[in-house]
Design a protein around this ligand. Sequence first.
Ligand SMILES: Nc1ncnc2c1ncn2[C@@H]1O[C@H](COP(=O)(O)OP(=O)(O)OP(=O)(O)O)[C@@H](O)[C@H]1O
Ligand SMILES: Nc1nc2c(ncn2[C@@H]2O[C@H](COP(=O)(O)O)[C@@H](O)[C@H]2O)c(=O)[nH]1
Length: 204
Amino acid sequence: MASKGLLLVLSGPSGVGKGTVKSAIVETKAFPFEYSVSMTTRKPRPGEVDGKDYYFVSVDRFKEAINQGELIEYNQYVGNYYGTPLAPVKKMLSEGKDVLLEIDVNGAQKVRQQMPDGVFIFLTPPDLHELKHRLVHRGTDSETVIQNRMKQARNEIMMMSDYDYAVVNDTVANAVSHIKAIVEAEHVSVKRVIDSYRKMVEED
Ligand SMILES: Nc1ncnc2c1ncn2[C@@H]1O[C@H](COP(=O)(O)OP(=O)(O)OP(=O)(O)O)[C@@H](O)[C@H]1O
Ligand SMILES: Nc1nc2c(ncn2[C@@H]2O[C@H](COP(=O)(O)O)[C@@H](O)[C@H]2O)c(=O)[nH]1
């Protein structure tokens, strides 16, 4: 029975390990999903690839995307724009593929308003000290940017209450295994399965 894919929204403070956990899901083949590549005006970090990690664009191009209604949501975060292109997400879901969005909490709130059937997962650090350690250890941001990201993190953690699930990223393996369990359970949730049966009964 063909049904729409699941929209999986993974968010949490910068540096908690969203990207690391996403890569581990791919490497361990924990479950299949398509990744929604965001658009950003941030400059690429060493090793980041345009079209794979992000679509790296100018501020003018980003504003054009906003005006043309190309984005499900967008947000300004620590001086740069970030947004989720709508068309690829809609296409992949209609093809029955699960789609993963890795976005900040403000973006997740906006997606929730438009796509309430999504599965919203908040990835949380064991504690704030460890979060700062991860941001510093990653070595990609200046001291000022790290301070701004930590300031944002305190507000973001309080927004966990808007999510369906909270997963502690203590070890990457634990986080992957919890997210896998959530996705498997969501696939057989009555809320989701009943839609397919409704269609079947209507067409009978
Ligand atoms: N469970 C973990 N234990 C220890 N270190 C971790 C863990 N998960 C991720 N890290 C490390 O924390 C740092 C931040 O991880 P990552 O870049 O994946 O975070 P992020 O949430 O995607 O950040 P951003 O939102 O800024 O893109 C990296 O150096 C990564 O190796
Ligand atoms: N609202 C959105 N937030 C996004 C999107 N893509 C990424 N992000 C989040 O931005 C911060 C910073 O990311 P970084 O790559 O510069 O470290 C982080 O929390 C991301 O999850 C998006 O499309 N919309």
